[in-house]
Ligand binder design. Structure first.
Ligand code: AMP
Length: 224
């Protein structure tokens, strides 16, 4: 099963992705997380990408597109949930072409809808687990609240160290990311519409303002 997940930063896309990945044994491919791993590892790609990420700009296509397509190819047998890519119409077209060429089907397009102001408020409360990107933590949601250990907040799943993303604490970077997402002419909403209109995949649309477990039940009910 191959799924493409769309939703603005702060919509809970990563949280739902982690739940779906677990249930269906898929690879959860997050373009942003791949970049963060490269930055952590001090690779050349990471160093090139960092300046764009810190300011909330898109990493150029000549770096991003081959990186994501290579990762997808490696998950061909297992199936994947792709999150964070495509973010533009140009990336959508590149992905569509690559899927056709490789014979991979896109079974589902998942869309998590959320008002921009609510998404913005949510971003600042999320925390990253140092051990596993699929351990969502958020200080404002009981279902995924970090736990306290020796006076520190740690990951609720594994007790790992938590950090905040620099681009999550910078209002300008958040605004830029949302400008890119909600742009329906060449941005991420345009990419979403490209796949919705292609008629090749089943579209699942959910309301991201609902509770985490309600949203995941709605998604599961439509995945078969
Ligand atoms: P995310 O973790 O999805 O919020 O992504 C963090 C940052 O990584 C973004 O703000 C971009 O700078 C970069 N990034 C992630 N995915 C892409 C993409 N598909 N195209 C270009 N840049 C990306």
């Amino acid at each position: 099963m191959n799924i493409l997940a769309f939703g603005p930063n702060g919509s809970g896309k990563g949280t739902q992705g982690a739940i779906v990945k677990e249930k269906y044994g898929l690879d959860h491919i997050e373009s942003g997380a791949i970049f963060r791993e490269h930055i952590k590892g001090g690779t050349e790609l990471g160093m090139k990408a960092k300046v764009f990420i810190d300011s909330g700009d898109l990493v150029p296509d000549e770096i991003t597109i081959p990186m994501v397509l290579e990762t997808l190819g490696n998950s061909k047998d297992k199936g994947w949930l792709l999150d964070g890519f495509p973010r533009s119409l140009a990336q959508a077209e590149a992905l569509d072409k690559a899927l056709d060429e490789s014979g991979m089907a896109l079974d589902y397009v998942l869309e998590i809808n959320l008002d921009r102001e609510i998404a913005k408020d949510r971003i600042m409360g999320r925390r990253l687990c140092a051990n596993d990107n699929n351990h969502p933590n958020h200080i404002a949601f009981d279902a995924i609240k970090p736990v306290e250990k020796d006076g520190e907040l740690v990951c609720r799943v594994c007790g790992g160290e938590l950090s905040m993303r620099a681009d999550d604490q910078d209002a300008d970077a958040i605004n830029k990311r949302h400008d890119i997402y909600y742009d329906d002419s060449t941005g991420t909403v345009a990419a979403l519409n490209y796949f919705k209109n292609s008629g090749k995949s089943k579209v699942i649309s959910v309301d991201g303002s609902k509770a985490i477990d309600v949203i995941s039940e709605e998604i599961m009910a439509q995945l078969s």
